[in-house]
Design a protein around this ligand. Structure first.
Ligand SMILES: NC(=O)c1ccc[n+]([C@@H]2O[C@H](COP(=O)([O-])OP(=O)(O)OC[C@H]3O[C@@H](n4cnc5c(N)ncnc54)[C@H](O)[C@@H]3O)[C@@H](O)[C@H]2O)c1
Ligand SMILES: N[C@@H](CCC=O)C(=O)O
Length: 946
C-alpha cells in the first residue's frame, strides 16, 4: 500500500497551477468567474476586449479572495489604462494553464512529448482537440486530420501508441432520433481511419461522449469490430463511463458480445467527464437523470465494472483513474486474476497528478497518458472540463489534500450524501429523448398507423344537429401534395350560427361549475393525450410537415397547457379579500361568456389546446375554428375532449374559411371574446372589427391576439461560435422557420461577422432536407404551395437589396412544397428583409459597429416577440437585459421552444395584446372580476367586531 508520506510529498511538489486549484475549489464565485473567463479567451483576439473581459469577470469577485496573480492584474489594469500592457500577460497565463493539460499544438510538438514520455516508459493516447463539428465540411476535415495524424505518427515508429477518437466529430448531423442512420454513416467514415491505424500499428479507442450518443458509439464499435477486416484487430477499444446508471447493463451486453467476437478488445473504464451537463440537461428536460447523483455511487459502479472487466480474458482493461482506491483495486484484481503486467494498463490525464503517475510507474505497472493535442486556445473547452473536474466538490483532489490514507482508501459509502432530487411545482411533460429503441419504434409505429388512416372524411362534431355535409375542406401532406391527410366538412355561415348558439346554451351550466371541477376535466384530457401522444405527433408529421422532434414537442406543450391552466385555475375558487369590521368583501372571477378561438396552423395542437383550455377552464364555452391547413389534428383534439366527457356544446369544432365563418363569428353579438393567434395583418384587422358595436351588443368584446415576430439574435464579438451556429440553425430553420419565435435576423457585432457567416453557410449546407416522416430529416417542406409562392414573391422583391450567400440545392426527388434554407448577408436595417415577417427558412444577417448599436438595430422593428444574445461579456449581457425590448429574451441559447411555466410566451409592440401564454396571468384575460361589498352592520351591531 502507498504510504501517507508519499502522498504528502506528491502534493507538496505541485506547481503554481496546483496552488490555484484549491482557491478555485474554496470559492464558488471565483471558480465560476475564472472558468467563464477562460472559456471566452479564444474569441478575445484584440487586447482591449481581452482586458475588458478580465476586468468584468474578476472585478466582480471580492478582492480579498482573488489569487495573487489575478489581484496583481486587476491592480495593474486600474493603474495603467493601456490594454497592450496587460493583455500579453493574461494570454500567457491562460496559455500556461492550457500547456499544463495539452501535449502540444503541432505534430512536431506532439512527437516530442510522446518521445519524452516513451523514454520514461509511459505510453500515450492522443486526443485531437478542436471546435465542435457543426457542418459536414468540418466533419470531413476532422476525418482528414485523423488520417494525416496517423500517417505522420506512423513514420515515427512509436511503440504502442493509441489514438482516442470522438465519433461526433465525424458527423455533424448525429442525433439519437436517427440512430440507424448515424451508425451507418459513422461506420463508413470511421473505416478509413481504422484501416490507417491498423496499418500503422496504432490502436484506436472510441471515446464515450454525452449520453445521447452512447448507443450510437457502442453500435458503431461493435459493428466495425465484427467486420472481417477488423475482427482480428486487438487494438480496437471503447470507453465505459461508470457515472452512467446503465453501465452495468452496457457491460453485460459488451461482455456477451465479445464472447461472440472471440478476439479481445480494450475497454477504457472512466468515471465520466460530463456530469454537470448530463444532470442539468436531464433535469431541464424532465428526463430521468442518466448519471449517478453521488460520487460514492459512481465509485461503487466503477469498482463493480472493474471487477468484471478484469474477470474476462477477452477484455484488455484500461483503468483510467486518478482515484487511489480504484488504482489499488485494479492492482489487487490483477493479482487475483493472475494478469500479466502487459494485459492491462492504467490511464491518467496528461498534466494531472504527476505524483500518482510516479507511484504507478515505480511499481512497474503500465501507464498511458491521455494527451490532447491541438491549438491551445481552441482547445479551451477541454481545458475547462479538466479544470471543472479538478475543482468540483466531487473531485478526488480535496481528499488527497487531507492525505488521510484511511479516508482515501475507504470503500464508497453508497446512500450517504445523496443529493436531493430536483423538485419543481410544475413539471413540464418530458420530450422523447429518442435514445431508447422503444421510443423510436413506438413513434414509427404511430406513423404507420396514421398512414393506414389517411384520406378519410371527418364529420362535424356538432352532435345533435344535422349538418348538410356537402362542401369539404381537404387537407394535404405538404411533403407529398398528392397525399390527402383527410377531409372535413367546410362549415358555412349557417353552421356558425348553430355552433355559436350551442356555445351560448352550454355556457350557462358550464360557467356555474367550480374552477376545480373544470380543471379536473382538463387534467383528464392531459392524461388521455399522454396515452396518445405519438399518434397525435404522427398526425402532425403528416398534416403540418413537422419532423419527429418538432411534432413530439408540440404535443408535449399541449399536455403542459392542459395541466398548467388546470393548476392555475384552481386558485380562483377561493380568492382572499381584505375585510373590515362592519363590511364583508368578496372578490370573484366570472367567465366572459362565449369565445371564438382562431389558431394558426404552425402549432396545430399546442396553440388551439392552449387557447381552448384557458377559455373553458374559466367557465367560457367556445367555437374552435381551426386553421384551414391543419383541421385534422384539431378534429382529433375535439374528439378527445368529447371522449373524456366534456359537456356538449362547451367546445364546438367548426372548420372553414377564416375570412368567412371566422370573421362572421367575430362580428356576431353573441361572441364575447376572441382568442386569436396568427399574423399581424389578421390580428390588427380583428382588433378593428370588434371596435364597431353591433346593434344588440351589450358587452365590449375582448380580443386576445398573439401575432408575429421579426426576431433577432445578436452575436457579440466574444460569442462561442459552436453554440451560436447550433443556436441560429435551430432558431432560424427549425420547422422551416415557420415559428413566430423563429430567428429571422442575425445582428453581428463587428469582428465576428465573417467567421460566423462562413460557418453558418457550411452548417446550413449540411442540414438534412426531406420528408419529415423520416427520422433523420431536420428540414421539411413549408406548409402549402400558396405559402411557398408568397415567400418566393416576397424574396424576389427583397433580392434587389441583398444577396443570398447560401447555396443549398434541393434534392431533385422532392415533390413537396420545399424551399432551401437561405442566408442573406449585408442586409440593410430598413430593408424589407430586415423588417417583414417572412415565416420561412430565411435569415438576414446584419452588421453593427458595437453591442449597443446591435441592440438599437434589434429594437427597430414593429415586432417585439423574441430576441436572443450570444455574448460572454457580463456587462453586455446586463445591457441586453435592460434595453433589448422583446417579450421573450434568451441569453446564450436558442430563441425558440419556450416551456410552459418556465418561459411564459408573448410579445411587445405589434406582436401581441395579451398576457403571456403559459404564464401565471394568462387566465385573467378570460375572466371578469366582480367585487361585492356588504355592509354587515345593523343598528350599530357588527357581528365581526364581537
Ligand atoms: N405570437 C404567437 O404566439 C404566435 C404563435 C404562432 C403563430 N403566430 C403567427 O401566426 C402567423 C402564421 O399563422 P397563420 O398563417 O395561420 O395566420 P393567419 O393570421 O393567416 O390565421 C390565423 C387564424 O385566423 C383565421 N383567420 C384568417 N383571417 C381571418 C378573418 N378575417 N377573420 C377571422 N379569422 C381569420 C385563420 O383561419 C386562422 O385560423 C405568423 O404570423 C406567426 O408569427 C404567432
Ligand atoms: N411557443 C413557440 C412559438 C409559437 C409560435 O409560433 C416557441 O417558443 O418557439
Amino acid at each position: 500500500m502507498w504510504q501517507q508520506r508519499q502522498l504528502k510529498e506528491g502534493i507538496n511538489r505541485s506547481a503554481w497551477i496546483d496552488r490555484l486549484l484549491p482557491q478555485l475549489i474554496a470559492d464558488n464565485h471565483l471558480r465560476t468567474q475564472a472558468l467563464r473567463f477562460i472559456d471566452a479567451v479564444p474569441m478575445l483576439n484584440d487586447d482591449k476586449t481581452l482586458v475588458r473581459h478580465f476586468k468584468e469577470y474578476f472585478g466582480e469577485v471580492d478582492p480579498g479572495r482573488l489569487p495573487a496573480l489575478i489581484s496583481w492584474g486587476i491592480r495593474r489594469i486600474s493603474l495603467y489604462s493601456i490594454p497592450g500592457f496587460m493583455a500579453p500577460v493574461i494570454r500567457a497565463a491562460v496559455k500556461g494553464v492550457a500547456h499544463r493539460f495539452i501535449g502540444g499544438e503541432t505534430v512536431a510538438e506532439i512527437v516530442d512529448s510522446v518521445s519524452r514520455l516513451q523514454q520514461s516508459g509511459i505510453h500515450t493516447s492522443l486526443d485531437l482537440l478542436g471546435e465542435e463539428t457543426v457542418s459536414e465540411k468540418e466533419a470531413f476535415a476532422y476525418q482528414q486530420a485523423y488520417l494525416d495524424l496517423i500517417q505522420q505518427l506512423a513514420r515515427q515508429g512509436f511503440d504502442d501508441l493509441n489514438l482516442s477518437l470522438k465519433l461526433s466529430s465525424l458527423y455533424s448531423q448525429i442525433t439519437p432520433v436517427d440512430t440507424d442512420g448515424a451508425v451507418a454513416i459513422l461506420s463508413e467514415r470511421l473505416m478509413p481511419i481504422c484501416d490507417a491505424a491498423m496499418d500503422a500499428g496504432i490502436s484506436l479507442c472510441l471515446d464515450m461522449e454525452q449520453y445521447d450518443y452512447k448507443a450510437i458509439i457502442f453500435r458503431v464499435f461493435k459493428h466495425l469490430a465484427m467486420q472481417p477486416s477488423y475482427r482480428q484487430w486487438q487494438g480496437f477499444g471503447v470507453v465505459l463511463q461508470a457515472y452512467l446508471k446503465e453501465s452495468d447493463e452496457d457491460l453485460t451486453e459488451l461482455l456477451e458480445w465479445v464472447e461472440q467476437r472471440g478476439v479481445p478488445v480494450s475497454v477504457r473504464l472512466v468515471r465520466g467527464a460530463y456530469w454537470d451537463m448530463e444532470t442539468v440537461m436531464a433535469r431541464q428536460q424532465g428526463w430521468s437523470v442518466p448519471v449517478w447523483q453521488t460520487k460514492a455511487e459512481t465509485d461503487a459502479c466503477y469498482e463493480r465494472c472493474l471487477k468484471r472487466l478484469f474477470a474476462s480474458p477477452l477484455i484488455y482493461p484500461a483503468v483510467a483513474t486518478h482515484n487511489i482506491r480504484s488504482l489499488a483495486c485494479a492492482v489487487v484484481l490483477a493479482d487475483q486474476t493472475q494478469r500479466s503486467p502487459d494485459s492491462y494498463e492504467f490511464q491518467m490525464l496528461y498534466g494531472m497528478s504527476d505524483e500518482l503517475k510516479g507511484l504507478v510507474t515505480e511499481r512497474g505497472l503500465k501507464l498511458r497518458l491521455y494527451m490532447p493535442y491541438g491549438e491551445l486556445l481552441p482547445g479551451i473547452a477541454y481545458l475547462v472540463r479538466r479544470l471543472l473536474e479538478n475543482t468540483s466538490d466531487q473531485s478526488i483532489l480535496p481528499v488527497l489534500e487531507s492525505a488521510d490514507v484511511e479516508r482515501v482508501l475507504a470503500p464508497p459509502q453508497v446512500g450517504e450524501n445523496r443529493r436531493s432530487e430536483f423538485e419543481a411545482e410544475f413539471i413540464n411533460h418530458p420530450l422523447h429523448r429518442f435514445t431508447q429503441q422503444s421510443e423510436r419504434e413506438n413513434f414509427a409505429a404511430a406513423l404507420r398507423s396514421v398512414e393506414q388512416n389517411l384520406d378519410k372524411t371527418y364529420p362535424l362534431l356538432l352532435t345533435g344537429h344535422l349538418t348538410i355535409e356537402e362542401a369539404f375542406l381537404e387537407s394535404f401532406n405538404p411533403a407529398k401534395p398528392d397525399e390527402i391527410v383527410g377531409r372535413v366538412v367546410r362549415a358555412g355561415e349557417d353552421d356558425a350560427e348553430v355552433a355559436l348558439q350551442r356555445a351560448v346554451d352550454a355556457q350557462r351550466d358550464w360557467g356555474r361549475k367550480r374552477f376545480s371541477e373544470r380543471a379536473d376535466l382538463l387534467q383528464a384530457a392531459a392524461s388521455k393525450l399522454i396515452e396518445h401522444q405519438d399518434e397525435f405527433a404522427a398526425w402532425e408529421v403528416k398534416e403540418a410537415g413537422k419532423g419527429w422532434q418538432e411534432a413530439n414537442a408540440d404535443v408535449a406543450e399541449a399536455i403542459d397547457f392542459l395541466n398548467y391552466y388546470a393548476k392555475t385555475a384552481r386558485r380562483f375558487d377561493t380568492v382572499e379579500q381584505p375585510d373590515m369590521p362592519g363590511e364583508i368583501n368578496t372578490h370573484e372571477y366570472l367567465p366572459l361568456g362565449v369565445g371564438v378561438i382562431l389558431p394558426p396552423w404552425n402549432f396545430p395542437l399546442a396553440i388551439p389546446v392552449g387557447m381552448v383550455a384557458a377559455a373553458i377552464v374559466c367557465g367560457n364555452s367556445v367555437v374552435l375554428k381551426p386553421a384551414s391547413e391543419t383541421p385534422i389534428v384539431a378534429w382529433h383534439l375535439c374528439k378527445l375532449l368529447q371522449e373524456i366527457g366534456m359537456p356538449e356544446g362547451v367546445v364546438n369544432y367548426l372548420p372553414g374559411s377564416g375570412a368567412v365563418i371566422g370573421e362572421a363569428m367575430v362580428r356576431d353579438p353573441r361572441t364575447n371574446f376572441v382568442a386569436f393567434t396568427g399574423s399581424k395583418e389578421v390580428g390588427l384587422h380583428l382588433l378593428n372589427v370588434v371596435t364597431g358595436l353591433s346593434e344588440s351588443q351589450r358587452q365590449i368584446k375582448k380580443v386576445i391576439a398573439e401575432m408575429g415576430g421579426k426576431n433577432a439574435i445578436i452575436i457579440d464579438q466574444d460569442a462561442d461560435l459552436d453554440e451560436v451556429v447550433k443556436g441560429v440553425i435551430e432558431s432560424a430553420f427549425g420547422y422551416q422557420g415557420q415559428k413566430c419565435s423563429a430567428c429571422s435576423r442575425v445582428i453581428c457585432v463587428e469582428g465576428i461577422h465573417d467567421l460566423f457567416v462562413a460557418r453558418l453557410v457550411d452548417a446550413v449546407e449540411s442540414i438534412r432536407i426531406g420528408d419529415p416522416a423520416l427520422p433523420g430529416v431536420t428540414m421539411g417542406p413549408v406548409i402549402s404551395d400558396a405559402a411557398k409562392q408568397r415567400i418566393v414573391d416576397k424574396l424576389d422583391a427583397c433580392e434587389l437589396t441583398a444577396s443570398c450567400v447560401s447555396k443549398v440545392e434541393l434534392p431533385a426527388s422532392l415533390r413537396g412544397h420545399y424551399l432551401p434554407p437561405m442566408i442573406f448577408s449585408d442586409v440593410l436595417e430598413d430593408s424589407p428583409l430586415a423588417q417583414q415577417e417572412l415565416f420561412a427558412p430565411v435569415v438576414a444577417v446584419l452588421k453593427a459597429k458595437n453591442f449597443a448599436e446591435a441592440i438599437d438595430i434589434a429594437n427597430d422593428s414593429d415586432y417585439g416577440l423574441t430576441g436572443g444574445v450570444y455574448s460572454r461579456s457580463p456587462d453586455n449581457l446586463r445591457l441586453a437585459k435592460q434595453k433589448f425590448s422583446v417579450g421573450n429574451l434568451y441569453l446564450n441559447r436558442k430563441i425558440t421552444r419556450a416551456n410552459v411555466n418556465r418561459q411564459p410566451f408573448g410579445g411587445f409592440r405589434l406582436s401581441g395584446t395579451g398576457f403571456k401564454a403559459g404564464g401565471p396571468d394568462y387566465l385573467l384575460q378570460f375572466l371578469r372580476a366582480r367585487n361585492i361589498t356588504e355592509n354587515s352592520m345593523r343598528k350599530g351591531f357588527s357581528p365581526e367586531s364581537v
